[in-house]
Design a protein around this ligand. Structure first.
Ligand code: ZN
Length: 131
């Protein structure tokens, strides 16, 4: 944590009369926003397919863990049965994200939402065959 903005926002929410979002929610939204922006910039502008291919699975697992922790803090403590639905859903979405994203070795672009089962694919940006 570099700044104290999340704490400030949470305090402001409490000061509004206690009806504001819980602190976990505010912290999560801030972290989620920063992660989303950072990952978008990185995966959009970085041109090293090898580096992105290396980071992508760990990044998605990390996102899944953060999301899971968030749902647990917001709902899971009161209703633990939520976890039975959430854990498989998070694993499934992370798996899909990892499998459907390719990285072009020629131009280095990140290619989202590619078909999982396909033998031969070509980069829509530069036309190179994907491996
Ligand atoms: Zn390409």
């Amino acid at each position: 944590m570099s700044g104290n903005e999340p704490i400030f926002i949470a305090e402001a929410a409490v000061a509004r009369g206690g009806d504001g979002p819980p602190q976990e929610f505010v912290v999560f939204m801030v972290v989620w926003g920063l992660l989303g922006l950072g990952s978008f910039l990185f995966f959009h502008f970085n041109r090293s397919a090898a580096l992105k291919r290396q980071i992508w699975p760990a990044f998605n697992v990390g996102i899944g863990l953060i999301f899971g922790a968030f749902v647990y803090f917001i709902m899971g403590r009161a209703q633990p049965q939520v976890l039975y639905l959430m854990v498989p859903a998070v694993i499934f979405v992370s798996f899909l994200n990892i499998r459907t994203t390719r990285f072009c070795d020629s131009c280095g672009k990140t290619l989202y939402r590619q078909p999982i089962f396909s033998q031969k694919r070509f980069c829509p940006h530069c036309g190179s065959e994907l491996h």
